[in-house]
Ligand binder design. Sequence first.
Ligand SMILES: [Zn+2]
Length: 135
Amino acid sequence: MGYEIDKSEEQWRRELSPAEYHVLREAGTEPAFTGEYNHTKTTGVYQCRACGAELFRSDTKFESHCGWPSFFDPADSSAVELLEDRSHGMVRTEVRCARCGSHLGHVFRGEGYPTPTDERYCINSVSLKLVPEEG
Ligand SMILES: [Zn+2]
């Protein structure tokens, strides 16, 4: 609703793998410590796996040891959308791609990580696509 990229769930289902669809379109969570970008330190840009929007840059990725890729800041604050999430008996802040509305993960604040923002964007690897920097 109101996203720049507006596809039917049937279209998304055709374009995404079952694991991608479950996380991106059904707000699922990949199992901790299993994602392909969990420990990645490659320099580059992380795009939305559903629509290709630039979401995070590798220079904001940090080792949170939480089991999912963690970033302290989005590439652009308008690249992501934050929504209150009261599922599973918790109050959390959901992070979505602002361009296509796909679920990315959650953001947590004030946990004491030594980062410039003290925010942890805890993002599923399966929601992202790393485009390594050339050269
Ligand atoms: Zn997207």
